[in-house]
Structures are given as structure tokens and as C-alpha cells.
Write a protein that binds this ligand. Structure first.
Ligand SMILES: *Cc1c(COP(=O)(O)O)cnc(C)c1O
Length: 401
């Protein structure tokens, strides 16, 4: 079975806390493995095949530009080790972006020959690790350029680096005044540094009609014209969907790889990569006038059927979903009734006579999108993904659908 292969693979990488898979016993008794999975109270199913397919879609949308994979924050909560190795093995992804140096250190042995960019840059404390793990810092200021150059000089070599130019995010990257200095004194400032990528980051690429997009594009082009020639990168997932003008030489998608919709006003071109499910533990009748759950926030206006489900905020669902949002049982939607508690939540399943203990309940996946759940919980699809907890059992499958 495809799924078994993924699980064996994960076990082969023991010690990297990729997931809490069952021990080897489940593989000696195949049907036990099926049963334990069947009755897992809370489960996060991750479709590696979908992530690989989404990366290929990014490649197609961006071509002839190349595509890198952003795998920061544990691949947006879905597990960096298995995601990165799948992308490398099955889609020939050879360029990755992480945020923290530690993430780069963790990724290096998994993709020994890949380029790994570290967005946090090169503060002095990080320089030794950057060098020994062959990580490429994204330099964010003149000071970092000087520090990285000094490290190169001490090693009597040129060290690779990317340069982040701020074009309007005002968060990270070389500001306009520093850019002028770097451009005027490029020969001196970039001694012992080989700039392998000039990049910037869009503030509003989720909204194709935002005037920020053409403004930042224009500023980026101006900056590129000032600096020595090097490959360029501007687009994250939203930028990829803005069209080829924004693709330059390399695109850097994250969200779309994991099934999120980078421009929620349009249909999502990417495949669902994560499903969060619970199980019905109990179905009960609640009389008119009775309340349900902590704080008694749901009151039955009539005799109501309540299904109690084994999923709570400790599994990654948001507490903000109390009395907001829906879940899906056998294809039918049921509203969340009452507060979401740590381990449990309650659904109003009145009129759904077939609901029984043991049935699977989907909170995000094929019917309820990340964007829908983000909307009902008042957050963003990014935060839904990175909040998925490790209590839900993680099951990696090779499927794309
Ligand atoms: C996180 C990040 C990305 C990826 O963004 P998505 O919207 O998830 O595609 C790309 N570039 C930078 C600088 C980032 O911080």
C-alpha cells in the first residue's frame, strides 16, 4: 500500500519527530494498523502527493522561472522532513527557503545538495552555523552585508548570499537609503560575497487588484537596475498567480503547496493537502431549554440532537469556532453548537438521523476549505495550518487526492 510506504519512510527517519507513528507492530499485523487508524480520535491526514502536484503546478505557472519551496515553520505545520524529501525526490525541487537558522540546520541533512536560503539573514551569532551547514543567508541590511563579507574575507573565499531589497513591506530587507550606498559602492561592499539572488517580498499579492503590486514591481525593477546583475525573485504563492511579470527567475511559494488558496477571491487551483478529522464519541438528545458545554453558550430552542466529537483546540481547531462554523459527517454539514473545549466539541446534528458514535467528522479538508475555516474562526489559512497540533495523529499518504 502506498500509505505503508510513507509510514516506513517516516520510521526510517527516527529521532526527527516527524510524527508519532505506531511502532513496528502495526506493520506485522496489517489489519490492526487499519483498525487503529480507523478509530483514531483526532487525525491529521497529509497528502504528500498533493504537495508534490501543487509544486508542479507552481512550476508550470511560473515557467520559465524556476520554483523553490518555502518550508519554514515545519512546512507550515505539515512536517518539514517528509515534505522536503518528497518535493526533492518526486519533483526535483532543489531550492528551499526557511525562516530560522535552526530550520536550515534541521533541513540540511535531508537535502544534502539543495540550496537552502535562510530568510532571517546573517546576524553575527548565526554566521558559524550558516557556514558549517552551507546555508545561504538572505542579507537584510548593510550591516549584515559587512558581517558576511568579513566572514568571507577571513576564509579567503567568496560566500554565497541573497540580498533582500525592501520595496514597501517595511519589515525586512535593505531600505532605500542603504540600497543607494550598496549600489554606489558595490565593488567594495560585496567583496568576498557572491550575490546569487536579489529578492523582495510583496505585501498584497493575495489581492490582484491592489495598487501595491505594480508599485512594488516597479520599485523592484528599479533596484535591480542599480545593482550588479544576479537572478531575481519577487513572488510568493500570491505573486505566482499575478502572472509572469512577477515571476523573474525564481518563485518562492509556500501556502499554495500546502493547499491554501493564495488569492481567495478566485477558485483555488491547488489540491487539498491536509485533512483534520475527529470522531463522533456520543450522540445525545438535549431537551428544549437545556444548554450545551462550558459557559452554557448554546441553548436548545427545541429538542436537539447533539453529537460530541473527539476534537478540540488542543488538536489545532480554534476556540474562536465556538458557535461558529461547521463540520461534515458523511457529506452533510452540521453547525458547531457551544464552545470548543480542549478535547471535545459539540455539533447540532438534529435532522441527521444516521449519525452514530465512531463516524468520522471533517473540520478541514475536501469539503471545508482552509479558507472557510479561517473565515469562521477569524484568522488566516496560514494560521490554521501552523496551529495544527501534534496531538492529532499524523498519517502521511502518497495520494494526491
Ligand atoms: C513566507 C514567505 C514566502 C512564502 O509565502 P506564501 O504566501 O506562503 O507563498 C515567500 N517569501 C518570503 C520572504 C516569505 O516570508
Amino acid at each position: 500500500m502506498e500509505k505503508d510506504r510513507a509510514e516506513h519512510h517516516a520510521q526510517g527517519m527516527a529521532g526527527m519527530h516527524v510524527a508519532d507513528f505506531d511502532d513496528g507492530r502495526t506493520h506485522r499485523h496489517g489489519s490492526d494498523a487499519m483498525l487503529s487508524e480507523e478509530f483514531e480520535p483526532s487525525c491529521l491526514t497529509i497528502r504528500l502527493g498533493a504537495i508534490v502536484e501543487n509544486f508542479r503546478s507552481m512550476q508550470r505557472l511560473a515557467a520559465p522561472a524556476a520554483a523553490a519551496a518555502v518550508v519554514k515553520a515545519d512546512a507550515y505545520g505539515l512536517g518539514m522532513p517528509l515534505v522536503a524529501t518528497a518535493l526533492q525526490a518526486r519533483a526535483h525541487c532543489d531550492t528551499f527557503f526557511v525562516a530560522r537558522h535552526r530550520e536550515g540546520v534541521q533541513l540540511r541533512p535531508l537535502v544534502p545538495h539543495a540550496r537552502i536560503y535562510v530568510l532571517d539573514g546573517a546576524p553575527p551569532e548565526a554566521v558559524p552555523a550558516l557556514i558549517s551547514y552551507r546555508l545561504t543567508p538572505v542579507l537584510n541590511s548593510i550591516t549584515e552585508v559587512a558581517g558576511w563579507g568579513a566572514a568571507g574575507r577571513a576564509m579567503r573565499t567568496e560566500l554565497d548570499a541573497a540580498l533582500h531589497i525592501d520595496t514597501g513591506m517595511n519589515r525586512l530587507g535593505v531600505p532605500t537609503d542603504e540600497l543607494a550606498v550598496l549600489a554606489a559602492e558595490a565593488g567594495k561592499r560585496f567583496q568576498h560575497i557572491r550575490i546569487v539572488l536579489l529578492m523582495s517580498h510583496l505585501a498584497c499579492s493575495d489581492d490582484p487588484s491592489s495598487p501595491m503590486n505594480p508599485l512594488q514591481l516597479d520599485r523592484f525593477r528599479t533596484a535591480l537596475a542599480m545593482l550588479p546583475t544576479a537572478p531575481a525573485s519577487l513572488a510568493s504563492s500570491g505573486g505566482v498567480m499575478l502572472g509572469k511579470d512577477y515571476a523573474f527567475d525564481l518563485v518562492r511559494p509556500g501556502l499554495g503547496l500546502y493547499g491554501g488558496n493564495p488569492q481567495p477571491a478566485k477558485p483555488n487551483p491547488f489540491l487539498v493537502a491536509a485533512r483534520l478529522t475527529g470522531r463522533v464519541l456520543q450522540v445525545r438528545r438535549v431537551d428544549k431549554g437545556e444548554s450545551v458545554g462550558y459557559g452554557a453558550t448554546f441553548r436548545a430552542g427545541q429538542s436537539t440532537a447533539i453529537a460530541t466529537v473527539s476534537l478540540g483546540y488542543a488538536d489545532g481547531l480554534m476556540r474562536a469556532n465556538g458557535n461558529r462554523g461547521e463540520a461534515v459527517i458523511e457529506g452533510v454539514r452540521a453547525p458547531i453548537a457551544g464552545r470548543v473545549s480542549m478535547d471535545l466539541l459539540t455539533l447540532d446534528v438534529s435532522g441527521m438521523a444516521s449519525v452514530r458514535a465512531g463516524m468520522e467528522v471533517e473540520f478541514v479538508g475536501d469539503t471545508i476549505t482552509l479558507e472557510e475555516l479561517a473565515e469562521t474562526s477569524g484568522t488566516a489559512s496560514y494560521e490554521i495550518l501552523t496551529s495544527l497540533s501534534h496531538r492529532a495523529k499524523r498519517v502521511y499518504v502518497e495520494d494526491a487526492r
